[in-house]
Design a protein around this ligand. Structure first.
Ligand code: PLP
Length: 453
């Protein structure tokens, strides 16, 4: 029988994360304080994030960073995640390509986000912080942080966008099962929330509002609470490199090496996680791997955005980040891949994209769902709508291999399962979903206000 799944024994789970900032030919430009336009300092960053994460964010020199033993111990509850050869999908496509996926959906919370949530909660705890806070839209990051906080005996306060709090109750229930306090945002518990509700008592909430509330909570209780983020920042990408480092060892067991690494792209954390460990061999000239980041065609920051300084959030609380962006007040269409509806790319991935080490690929909503259903039928797993963007790209590439007869080795990241997203599948199966497109004029309107680099 052919081996389909590759696992690492516990003692081979990585002991260090890979910090790509040490190896990049061109370092990312510094993040700037929006008022002084000076590079942000460690002091400024650690008023919002915990000190260790702030240090990691600015670390341009240490290639390898130790995974704390307590975090690695928690990783062993679900890692190594399997590297799977997708024989079923290959057969369904009749392709000579060898398709592999890394299955991050097996984590207790159902997605890769736990890899960073555990690290962030642990460092906060170690620094004497007792409470963590964040915002969540659809709920993936909120669930990961809630469970991670539970693991390290901390309190989590999650501000969930009010409309998803009401319309998607199950992720909220997950957070509550793990003991998090979940507040629909805008709420009366912060000044930002009160101001909004006084003006408009029926406000449905937005990610921007929820961020304002979470950051305000962290800023007003500095002795015990820190804010955490699930994507975009380089320390989050760092924690996710455990994915690619495992995959590298698992490919040795399979006796192959990926020609192309493919991942969906929201803010860039899972892409970074699976891609960076392989990219270090491209920097050193040993390998010529191709890296493809798959974004929704309705939110095309990598392929059609501009490279300049912009805020990481809608409100303008974060430092200015050098990024490919559609503008921080860009309103993405209401696609079902909630985790990919983000206006900008992190600073590190943006620089790598600019330097030609990786490329963006745009995927329409219907193409993503079509690929998801094909994957579910041939491999059994119902993927998250976000992950389906990577699957759609793999399907495209595998079909091109069929035409050219090339036996390429393709690797993609299955970031999560879709079992909490069945209402989206229901809409798709009823034929109610549409593709959204965005004109050059709309993009220009959102980006022209941004300064030039
Ligand atoms: C959040 C999320 C994403 C996108 O986030 P990145 O930081 O770009 O990786 C993708 N898939 C799932 C399942 C998610 O929860």
């Amino acid at each position: 029988m052919k081996q389909k799944r590759f696992f690492l024994p516990e003692d081979q789970i990585p002991t260090q994360w890979y910090n790509i900032q040490a190896d990049m030919p061109n370092k990312p430009l510094p993040m700037l304080d929006p008022v002084t336009r000076q590079p942000v300092t460690l002091d400024q960053l650690s008023q919002i994030f915990c000190t260790e994460c702030s240090k990691q964010e600015l670390n341009m020199t240490d290639r390898w960073i130790d995974i704390p033993e307590e975090v690695r111990e928690m990783y062993t509850y679900y890692r190594s995640t399997p590297l799977v050869r997708a024989y079923g999908l290959e057969k369904a496509l009749g392709t000579p390509a060898h398709i592999y996926f890394k299955n991050e959906s097996v984590s207790p919370v159902g997605s890769h986000k736990l890899n960073s949530a555990l690290a962030q909660a642990y460092y906060c705890k170690k620094e004497g912080i007792t409470n963590v806070t964040t915002e969540t839209g659809a709920g993936q990051w909120g669930t990961a942080l809630s469970y991670a906080a539970r693991v390290f005996g901390m309190e989590a306060a999650v501000y969930q966008v009010k409309i998803s709090y009401e319309q998607k109750p199950y992720r909220r229930s997950m957070m509550q099962v793990w003991g998090a306090q979940v507040t629909p945002s805008p709420s009366m518990s912060t000044r930002a929330g009160k101001d909004i509700l006084t003006k408009n008592p029926n406000h449905q909430g937005s990610l921007g509002t929820a961020i304002s509330e979470a950051v305000e909570l962290a800023r007003t209780t500095p002795e015990k609470c820190r804010y955490t983020l699930g994507s975009t920042m380089s320390h989050v990408s760092l924690h996710q490199t455990v994915i690619g480092l495992e995959a590298e060892k698992q490919f040795e067991m399979a006796g192959e090496y990926p020609d192309e690494v493919i991942a969906c792209f929201g803010g860039g954390s899972n892409f970074s996680g699976i891609a960076f460990p392989f990219m270090r061999h491209v920097f050193s000239g040993e390998k010529k791997t191709r890296f493809i980041a798959c974004e929704p065609a309705s939110c095309p920051k990598l392929t059609r955005g501009v490279f300049t300084y912009d805020f990481g959030d809608e409100v303008g609380y974060t430092p200015l980040i050098p990024m490919f962006t559609l503008g921080h007040d860009f309103m993405p269409s209401n696609i079902h891949a909630g985790g990919l509806r983000y206006h900008g790319a992190g600073g590190v991935v943006s620089q790598l994209c600019k330097d030609g080490f990786m490329e963006g690929m745009d995927i329409n909503q219907l193409e993503a769902f079509e690929a998801a259903v094909l994957f579910a039928k041939s491999e059994g797993i119902i993927p998250a709508p976000e992950s389906s963007h990577a699957i759609a790209a793999v399907v495209r590439r595998a079909q091109e291999c069929k035409e050219s007869g090339e036996e390429k080795v393709l690797l993609f990241n299955l970031t999560g399962h879709g079992l909490m997203d069945m209402s989206a599948y229901d809409q798709y199966l009823r034929g109610n979903l549409i593709n959204y497109s965005i004109s050059d004029k709309e993009i220009a309107d959102f980006t022209e206000k941004l300064g030039k680099l």
